[in-house]
Design a binder for this molecule. Structure first.
Ligand SMILES: [Zn+2]
Length: 386
């Protein structure tokens, strides 16, 4: 009896030490060895079991001994226009606090992607635009009620025009991660409203007529379509965004839908947020920008893409400096804005970030920073007076 118990403990400990409930010995899997160690082929020492084998991946937070520069960049080098924020303030007092933080961090204007229509939009317009003219732009959403009724295309375009009169200077964030826009997420797969749907032609054309951009979020980070297993690129903090095995089109199919939309509506300016969800492959994004002159991208929430490939990203941002806009999409804390300035302006190394990999400063030259922070927004956004 005693021997059996002991044996079970040893077996269970063995499973725990390998850190995987399947009990697979990953170290004997060549694919795993390559993913884990690259050309080294192993840890270079003889590993042995120990207390770290019981640490959960979600809890791992190494403190480096590395001593390198930590640059403080309290304010953006140029007054910045943040083209990607959300309803981060709901009361007059909160809006006042936000403006104070913007002043301290060097944000001249925040674009609030409300996603709202109707009364909800009108209330937000009063809250932001009346109190602080010149400090905010508001984007409205898209009406996705009764998309099957024959009047839908005109109704959606008419609501956009109405919001424009109430101060909207763009539309967004229009999100389709595979379940379609807005309410169509509850519909069966073939009934959902995707960007290239002919029912949206009038809406996109209305954007062009009003001369306002559409901020679109189509697909998502490609890791969302990969299993949540030992090869998953992003940490467990992001696992709730995962779409692997869900009833949605593939990442490639969604990008195709977006590209068809860009081609079909050449007079409409589209800002594909989060580096068009192609920030992991800047060659691909470059080709996309070359092909579709009506496409712009914002860098919001892709600190972890530019920060892990600082040299490639700096070259890309210099080459496409007329196509990339600054955005955050990460709330309104002063430290958040300042982390962006440090990433884009300094040459600091091994900065902690939001994902397990560390960031390296891009040290962008002044003309690139100026375009990214404001110059481009001056060209791409709508500056029509109310
Ligand atoms: Zn967003």
């Amino acid at each position: 009896m005693r021997r059996i118990v002991l044996l079970s403990v040893v077996v269970l400990a063995g499973i725990a030490l390998r850190g995987d409930s399947t009990g697979k010995n990953w170290a004997s899997d060549p694919e795993w060895v390559k993913a884990r160690y690259g050309g080294w082929g192993g840890p270079g020492v003889n590993p042995a079991p120990g207390p770290m084998d019981a640490i959960a991946l979600k809890d791992y937070a190494p403190k480096p001994s590395l001593v390198v520069n930590e640059t403080s960049v309290p304010k953006a080098k140029y007054p910045a226009i943040d083209v990607h924020s959300h309803i981060n303030a709901r009361t007059a007092e909160q809006v006042r606090d936000w403006v104070k933080t913007m002043d301290e961090a060097g944000i001249e204007m925040s674009v609030v992607l409300t996603g709202a229509t109707g009364d909800e939009f009108d209330k937000l317009a009063d809250l932001y635009l009346k109190a602080y003219p010149g400090r905010f732009q508001l984007y409205c959403g898209i009406d996705t009620r009764d998309i099957d009724k024959p009047d839908y295309p005109q109704r959606a375009a008419a609501e956009l025009a109405r919001c424009y009169k109430r101060g909207a200077r763009g539309t967004g964030e229009l999100t389709d991660k595979g379940t379609g826009f807005g309410r169509s997420a509850n519909l069966p797969r073939n009934a959902r409203l995707h960007p290239d749907d002919p029912r949206l032609d009038a809406f996109w054309d209305k954007c062009a007529e009003l001369n306002i951009p559409a901020n679109i979020h189509i697909a998502d980070h490609p890791s969302c379509w990969k299993p949540l297993d030992v090869y998953q690129e992003r940490t467990p903090d992001y696992q709730h965004f995962n779409l692997y095995g869900k009833d949605v089109p593939s990442w490639e199919e969604l990008i195709e839908m977006r590209n068809r939309t860009l081609a079909k509506h050449p007079k409409t300016r589209f800002i594909a947020c989060h580096l068009g969800n192609e920030g992991h492959d800047l060659k691909l994004l470059a080709a996309t920008l070359d092909k579709y002159p009506n496409l712009y991208v914002d860098i919001s929430a892709r600190d972890y893409e530019v920060g892990r490939a600082p040299r490639t990203a700096a070259k890309f941002l210099a080459r496409y400096k007329n196509r990339v806009l600054f955005g955050t999409d990460m709330g309104r804390e002063k430290s958040m804005y300042q982390a962006w300035w440090r990433l884009l302006e300094s040459a600091d190394e091994f900065m902690p970030g939001r994902i397990w990999w560390r960031y390296y400063g891009l040290e962008l030259p002044a003309p690139v920073l100026e375009s990214l922070y404001r110059g481009n927004a001056k060209q791409v956004l709508s500056w029509a007076k109310m």
